[in-house]
Design a protein around this ligand. Structure first.
Ligand SMILES: Nc1nc2c(ncn2[C@@H]2O[C@H](COP(=O)(O)OP(=O)(O)OP(=O)(O)O)[C@@H](O)[C@H]2O)c(=O)[nH]1
Length: 759
């Protein structure tokens, strides 16, 4: 093809030509991102795999067109070498290692030595192998932008410092590279070995079963057994490969020893294929230039396919990092600016607090949060546990009897007194104090939790402020808890102080006597009665309702001659008969006239006395119990209502109303501002890092946007199958760059004119 014709063809190729530099620039960008940011951003690479000394490094070197990789009959590649070729316009060429940034190696022999040194550094000097990469960039006006990876060769027998499982280790390492769908595999097999059993092809098939990204490379065609050739193999007749094979003749060890130039080697290769009849008509799959051409086409197709996904990923990362960046924002220098910022933070905090309590913030779907938890504590914990309490559970019948008698004093009780009932019910009301205080404590704990949840991400920047805010809010909540607790104590004390037996829901008077009769007396009447929660007495024969204004007293005469058992000295002092009751029950034996004769000795009263038990007693006990139950229900309802109100008023709503002012009063002070709004070094470093990451991602985003990718346009010029469109259009290849890499090489087979790629 004439030069002018090539130039004419170059025009529609510019879109495609732009893609490879894009990939390389993205690779640069991604290399600057940390692990997390770069995750999932695999870019196409070309990896050379194969058995040891199969010629992998030689193939890559030939593609680069320069002599710079350690090669030899022994194991040479012992660490993965990631080789990024960068085409630039300046005439000079140099290499740069990632481990020595900014250090340019103009001498390619020195690059080779640096690779060897770096290999030894990591893998020792006795044939050891390491999976740690060496990253090298070659800048040159004569290369195509492409990334190549030279991998250690598959070996079977461990030598030197190699571990016994060297084979599986190397296979695993190779798989790490070639398993990625974005990796293009150069499966290198030497022609002087059994091609059908090629390690490279076997491994490639594992990673790429449908062969859509594997190119078979057959080296050492020049040293095959006399009388044999690789024609059938190259044509894919032995092991078919979708992308086909390329046969190569690289420099032999002797050529290397005699410093034979790349140029001479290429000329030799060209001569080899043109003179050997076995390879006649196979120009499209013979020689380094054909390999470069094939590679570029595949690479382009590959890049085109994966770019939309890459764009999406970079955009997603950009959004995430931009969000984090917004949190860190810019440093605020002026005092006024800091003040505004602080006020903003405090306002947002209090708004978040109110929203959480009111349930207006992000609603969690898997667990109760914020205000809903407060409601739960009131209704499902506090109210429920009060409902479950049996008000008479802790009062024994004996306690009741003793209290009744004690309240009668020396006279004994004439009527059923309300005093014992009041004493006992007051005691029971007192028991409501603890759960009520506990309920307030629970709500306080919830508010503390909510307060932690409101610390906005913006506060990450100001750890001192965050800590101070936490302290101030805690002290505010503590201060709010105290009046709530005082109120609760008052509510309970009020209930204990005045037993309102006139309460409409309280069941007393004759009704309760009726009920008690039913409970205690033998079942003459079979009607069973009970007190409903609303104070209604329900029975099959009688139904009575609570009666306003009717007192519960004086309904039942009590036997004044009640006797106390006097010989129970071991009873609980708290429920034993005391004072007048003890006197009233003392036992007299004999009349005054008996004094004249023998002295009648009274038995000493024991320390503790217990009342006796009669049917009447049982009746009284039942009545008192019913009264307690009924009144306790009245009080319970009022407590269940009043306690949540007190807690809401003094603690929850008080916080919603006044926390903002309190925070401003405590924290918005000129002398505190500098301290509170100080960012830690950690924050400063983090901001810097995020800033950098953001810039990198923005650059990646711009880079992608600047390349309007129209896959169709690119693919129009390339036909990987090579059948329909005939001449494949190769970027970077011209009459002056027949090997596709080194543009100063001479023209060779005129593949542009004739070749149809058979893949
Ligand atoms: N005659 C001839 N020798 C070759 C050819 N390709 C490679 N060699 C020689 O084979 C030996 C091994 O080549 P390398 O390129 O180092 O092979 P490798 O696969 O990279 O080796 P390791 O990285 O050590 O596994 C060297 O001495 C090369 O000169 C070829 O096409 N013909």
């Amino acid at each position: 093809m004439a030069k002018s014709a090539a130039a004419a063809e170059a025009a529609p190729e510019t879109v495609g030509q732009a893609v490879i530099p894009l990939v390389n620039s993205l690779q640069d960008i991604i290399a600057r991102l940390d692990g997390d940011a770069a995750a999932g951003l695999e870019l196409p690479q070309v990896a050379a795999i194969g058995g040891q000394s199969s010629g992998k490094s030689s193939v890559l070197e030939a593609l680069v067109g320069r002599d710079f990789l350690p090669r030899g009959p022994d194991i040479c590649t012992r660490r993965p070498l990631v080789l990024q070729l960068v085409r630039h316009s300046a005439p000079e060429e140099w290499g740069e290692f990632l481990h020595a940034p900014g250090c340019r190696f103009h001498d390619f022999e020195q690059i080779k030595r640096e690779i060897q040194l770096e290999t030894d550094k990591e893998a020792g000097d006795n044939k050891g192998v390491s999976e740690k990469q060496i990253r090298l960039k070659i800048f040159s006006p004569n290369v195509l932008d492409i990334t190549l990876v030279d991998l250690p060769g598959i070996t079977r027998v461990p030598v030197g410092d190699q571990p016994s499982d060297i084979e599986s280790r190397i296979r695993t390492m190779i798989m790490q590279y070639i398993k990625h769908p974005s990796c293009i595999i150069l499966a290198v097999s030497p022609a002087n070995a059994d091609l059908a059993n090629s390690d490279a092809l076997q491994l490639a098939r594992l990673a790429d079963p449908d062969g859509s990204r594997t190119i078979g490379v057959i080296t050492k065609l020049d040293i095959m057994d006399r009388g044999t050739d690789a024609r059938n193999f190259l044509l894919g007749n032995v092991i078919p490969l979708k992308l086909g094979y390329v046969g190569l003749v690289n420099r032999s060890q002797e050529d290397i020893n005699f410093n034979r130039s790349v140029k001479d080697a290429l000329a030799f290769e060209e001569k080899f294929f043109s003179t050997l009849p076995a390879y006649h008509g196979l120009a499209h799959c013979c020689g380094v230039p054909q390999l470069a051409k094939k590679l570029n086409m595949i690479l382009l197709k590959h890049i085109t396919d994966m770019l939309p996904g890459l764009k999406t990923r970079i955009n997603a990362q950009l959004v995430a990092v931009a969000k984090e960046h917004a949190v860190y924002g810019d440093t605020v220098e002026s005092a006024a600016g800091q003040g505004v910022k602080l006020l903003n933070i405090l306002r947002k905090y209090c708004e978040a607090f109110s929203s959480m309590v009111e349930g207006k913030n992000r609603i969690s779907t898997d667990k109760l949060s914020g205000g809903a938890r407060i409601h739960y504590i009131f209704q499902s914990i506090f109210v429920k546990s009060l409902e479950e309490v049996d008000p008479c559970k802790s009062i024994t019948d004996e306690d009741i009897r003793t209290t009744i008698q004690n309240s009668g004093g020396p006279k004994g009780a004439m009527f059923l007194p309300e005093v014992p009932f009041e004493i006992l019910v007051r005691k029971q009301i007192g028991r409501l104090l603890d759960p009520s205080l506990q309920c307030a404590q629970f709500i306080y704990d919830e508010l503390i939790k909510i307060s932690h949840g409101c610390l906005t991400s913006e506060l990450q920047k100001f750890p001192i402020l965050k800590k101070r805010m936490s302290e101030v809010v805690s002290s505010f909540l503590r201060d709010g808890l105290r009046p709530a607790e005082t109120m609760i104590t008052h509510i309970i004390e009020m209930e204990m102080d005045y037993i309102n037996t006139s309460h409409p829901s309280f069941v007393g008077g004759t009704k309760v006597v009726e009920l008690a009769k039913h409970e205690v007396l033998p079942p003459k009447t079979s009607a069973s009665l009970s007190v409903h929660k609303d104070g209604t007495i329900v029975g099959s024969e009688i139904q009575l309702t609570g009666e306003r204004g009717q007192k519960s007293r004086a309904v039942f005469a009590i036997d004044a001659n009640r006797r106390a058992t006097s010989d129970q000295g071991d009873m609980d002092a708290g429920t034993s008969l005391t004072g007048g009751s003890q006197m009233g029950n003392s036992q007299l034996s004999g009349s005054p006239s008996s004094k004249l004769h023998t002295i009648i000795q009274l038995k000493e009263p024991p320390i503790t006395l217990k009342p006796s038990e009669t049917e009447q007693d049982a009746m009284e006990v039942a009545i008192v119990k019913l009264l307690i139950k009924s009144y306790y229900d009245v009080v319970r309802k009022s407590i269940e209502d009043a306690i949540p109100k007190a807690v809401m008023h003094f603690l929850v709503n008080h916080t919603k109303r006044d926390l903002h002012n309190f925070l401003i009063r405590k924290l918005y002070r000129e002398n505190l501002l500098n301290e509170l709004m100080r960012e830690t070094d950690e924050v400063l470093i983090r901001r810097q890092r995020i800033q950098e990451t953001l810039e990198v991602l923005e650059q990646a985003h711009r880079t992608l946007e600047e390349f309007p990718l129209e896959a169709e346009k690119i693919e129009k010029g390339y036909d990987l199958a090579g059948h329909a469109t005939g001449l494949p259009k190769i970027h970077g290849l011209s009459e002056d760059s027949p090997n596709g890499i080194y543009t100063s090489s001479p023209n060779r087979y005129g593949v542009h004119k004739t070749s149809h790629l058979v893949i």
